[in-house]
Each structure stands twice: as structure tokens, then as C-alpha cells.
Write a protein that binds this ligand. Structure first.
Ligand code: KG4
Ligand code: ZN
Length: 430
């Protein structure tokens, strides 16, 4: 884990041990060694380092210029994560890639709920309002000053470009002004690290990232190298939950409501068919299932119950399960249970097939839909020869702790971004 550093300042001085060589790069100072001049190939020798430096290696030396790579001791590195890719403004401080010192999430659900989905213009405006207090609160709760940070990590994409820009611009400005290194993180990699950073996940692992924007299968190899094995060709699974809920007059986001009501219905009552994929059979498709639900609603007279649910929502923006049950007849509960059961089967059968195909040593399921209790139960009931890891509920949906955690291996590798960093709405992980 060597990082290449260009010396910006250096000098010689007499210390207790004689003549010492002092060098500083843009990230701080390093006392390199005693003795006179340095030549190419010089270093401490592994593990013989001192202060915050483990080892170094000189690549070029001559005159007043020196290029060396340095292995820093990666102890107690605090990274501030900033996430604003969709409808959550989030900031978190994570130490050494796994210890979450603070995690603040300002949700915009209340703003978007009345439109039944995220309105991009409103999202950017809400991010602008929230970003400064959210970052400040995250630092305060972690009892950390900006100067103490090892790096600032920010979501570069994928996501809504107007939303991404708010977090990215703020992170860039903070990094520049406070001279803290900047690290760009892919949002999907963040979802994977929400699990990997908190559990003993053995690699290679199969990661199923399933949220409102993604339904992707990745092979996660050593050094966090990713290979895309399958993805949705149309809607993401979370999006299917949201659209079905909206169609039936439930609140936004739809996943948690359907999850809450599904145990009250019969999952085998409506025989939805599973998608057959031509080409890559590890790809997903949820548009057929969504259309089947639409046909089902057209074949049933739902006007009365849909209106009753909308009326309930006008009185109470967050009804509990008992209240939903008073306005949701048995047949609709059966359909919801069958819909959720079908989504789970689609997800699990491909995840298991992909994991077998690549010889996975663990299965990681992450993203907002990983909250789904039916999915968790079905996974536990499927006897698999490798352990399965889910994120804790707070780390399932969008948050910044996962962004800071994903940045840690990049920090160790010295993968820093500069001020030319741009938001990328369609940024691919692999
Ligand atoms: O990861 P996330 O917060 O944002 C994206 O990156 O998309 O995921 C949000 C999605 C929404 O579509 C929401 O309906 C879904 O996750 N979701 C759930 C559950 N909780 C959230 N879907 C099914 N069951 C849940 N319990
Ligand atoms: Zn997400």
C-alpha cells in the first residue's frame, strides 16, 4: 500500500540522532531518515519506520528535487463522508474504515411523498438547504474538527446530477480550503461497503445491490475489484415496490408499506410468472411483473379502497400497519404478498446462481430493499454453503457512513481526487 508523493518541501537538520532528513508532501510531514543525502532505492526497510511513517522508497533524487513513495501508518484515520445522490442529505465520520463515530441523514421523504416519487428540482433545493447543517452536525457528534480529517469522501455518482453536485461542490470546497485530501466514491460501492465494513465478509463475495435505483449483481474480488455479473434491464426492484404502492394509493416510498402488509396476505394467492431472460440470464426485469399488477388492479374494482387510503394519508402521513389494514381488503393483501414474494424469488434465484457460478465465499445483500423482512427471512430459509450478510437497517438506505467506509481502502492506496472531479449521473462501478 504505497502512495506516491511528490515532495513539496524538504530540508536537513541536526536532531538527537545526528543529521536528519526532513520531507513534507502535500499531506503532511515525514521524517525520513538519519544521515546525509538520499539516493534512489533508499528506504527504512519494511516496518522499521518511525512517527506516522512505516516506510518509504526514493524513486528519483537529485538537486533540490526528490520523488518518493511513502507508506503511512493507517492508524485512527478519520474520514468525513458526504452523500447527496438522491433524496437524502447525509454526512458521517468513520474511523479506520469501520468505526462509525457519527452518521447524520436528513431525509426529504416528506417533501417528495405528495408527488409519489423524487422530484429532482426539489431534491437539489433541499440538499442546498441541508448540506451545511448536516455536515456540521456529523463533525460535532464525532467530536472531530475538519483539520483532524484524513480525507473527505464524496459520492461522485450514480444519481441525480443536480443532487450530486451539491454534495460534490461542498466537499471540494471544504477539501480545498482546509487542505484535506478528497476521495471520490461510487454510490453503489458505498452500498457494498455498508456491509463489508461491518462484517467479516470473505472475498470473493457476490454482492446484490438492490435499491430504488439499482438491481445489480457484482463479483467483489480481492482489493475491492468489481465485475458486473447482471443488472436490471428496466426498473430497479425498489422502483417496482414504489410504483406498485403508488398505483394502489399507498404512501411513498412503497417498499416499507408493502413489507409491513405482506405478512397479512397469502404469497401464493396470485400466481405471477417469473421473468425469463434472453442473453445474460443473471439480468433482471421487473416491467412484466409491474404490468401484471396493473392488469390485476384493472380486473378488480379498487376505486373505493384506493380513495380510502388516500383519505387516510391526508389525515396521517405515516399510518401504521393497523391503520393500513382497515383500508386494505384481503384480496389486495394477497396480491401485495404475492408481488413481494415474486420480487424476492427473482432476486434470490439469480443471486444464488451468480454466487455458485463465481465460487463466492460470502453473499452480501445491500441497498434500501435489503431492509425487506420477507427477503431476509427467505434468505435465511435458503440453506446456502456460505454466510450471507445484510446491512443494519440504518446502513441499508442511503447514508454517508457507507461512503466514508468505502473511501478507506482508497485512502490506503492513495487514490485521491483533485478539484477537476465532476459529478457523473451514470457512473458505472464495473
Ligand atoms: O438505497 P435507497 O435508500 O436509495 C437508492 O439508492 O435508491 O433505497 C430506496 C428504495 C426505495 O425504492 C424503497 O421503496 C426501498 O428502497 N425500500 C424497501 C424497503 N425499505 C426501503 N423495499 C422493500 N422493503 C423495504 N422494507
Ligand atoms: Zn442508494
Amino acid at each position: 500500500m504505497f502512495q506516491l508523493h511528490e515532495v513539496v518541501e524538504f530540508g536537513l537538520f541536526f536532531g538527537r540522532e545526528g543529521l536528519l532528513f526532513f520531507a513534507a508532501d502535500q499531506f503532511g510531514d515525514a521524517l525520513l531518515r538519519g544521515g546525509g543525502g538520499l539516493k534512489v532505492g533508499d528506504g527504512f526497510g519494511r516496518g522499521a519506520g518511525r512517527d506516522e511513517v512505516d516506510d518509504f522508497e526514493v524513486h528519483r533524487a537529485g538537486g533540490a528535487h526528490l520523488v518518493f513513495s511513502i507508506q503511512r501508518k493507517l492508524r485512527a484515520v478519520r474520514i468525513l463522508g458526504i452523500e447527496s445522490s438522491c433524496d437524502e442529505t447525509a454526512a458521517a465520520v468513520v474511523e479506520d474504515g469501520s468505526r462509525i463515530l457519527s452518521s447524520v441523514v436528513a431525509s426529504q421523504i416528506a417533501t417528495h411523498a405528495k408527488y409519489g416519487g423524487v422530484v429532482p428540482e426539489l431534491a437539489s433545493r433541499e440538499h442546498l438547504r441541508a448540506i451545511v447543517p448536516v455536515v456540521r452536525l456529523a463533525l460535532e457528534r464525532a467530536d472531530t474538527r475538519l483539520e483532524e480529517l484524513g480525507a473527505i469522501a464524496v459520492t461522485q455518482g450514480p444519481g441525480l446530477v443536480g443532487s450530486l453536485l451539491v454534495g460534490l461542490t461542498y466537499a471540494k470546497a471544504l477539501a480545498l480550503v482546509r487542505r484535506v485530501p478528497l476521495i471520490a466514491v461510487n454510490h453503489i460501492e458505498g452500498h457494498i461497503h455498508a456491509v463489508v465494513s461491518q462484517n467479516p465478509v470473505e472475498l470473493p463475495a457476490l454482492a446484490l445491490v438492490v435499491s430504488g435505483g439499482h438491481t445489480h449483481l457484482y463479483e467483489v474480488g480481492e482489493g475491492f475489484r468489481y465485475r458486473l455479473l447482471g443488472k436490471t434491464r428496466d426498473d430497479a426492484a425498489g422502483e417496482a415496490f414504489d410504483k406498485v404502492a403508488k398505483l394502489l394509493g399507498f404512501s411513498y416510498p412503497g417498499g416499507p408499506v408493502i413489507d409491513m402488509l405482506a405478512p397479512h396476505g397469502n404469497p401464493r394467492a396470485v400466481p405471477f410468472t417469473l421473468a425469463k431472460m434472453k442473453g445474460n440470464t443473471l439480468d433482471f426485469s421487473f416491467s412484466g411483473l409491474k404490468t401484471a399488477v396493473l392488469r390485476w388492479t384493472e380486473a378488480h374494482d379498487l376505486a373505493g379502497e384506493v380513495e380510502a387510503r388516500r383519505e387516510l394519508l391526508r389525515r396521517n402521513s405515516q399510518p401504521g400497519v393497523e391503520e393500513w389494514l382497515t383500508v386494505t381488503p384481503r384480496e389486495t393483501l394477497d396480491m401485495l404478498a404475492s408481488f413481494q414474494h415474486t420480487v424476492i424469488r427473482e432476486l434470490l434465484r439469480r443471486a444464488v446462481k451468480a454466487a455458485e457460478g463465481m465460487g463466492a465465499r460470502s453473499l452480501v445483500i445491500s441497498g434500501g430493499v435489503a431492509c425487506n423482512s420477507g427477503l431476509r427471512l427467505a434468505t435465511a430459509a435458503t440453506r446456502l454453503p456460505y454466510p450471507v450478510f445484510f446491512p443494519t437497517p440504518g446502513l441499508s438506505t442511503d447514508n454517508a457512513a457507507m461512503i466514508a467506509a468505502a473511501a478507506f481502502p482508497k485512502f490506503a492506496r492513495g487514490e485521491f481526487a483533485d478539484s477537476a472531479l465532476r459529478a457523473q449521473a451514470n457512473l458505472a462501478l464495473a
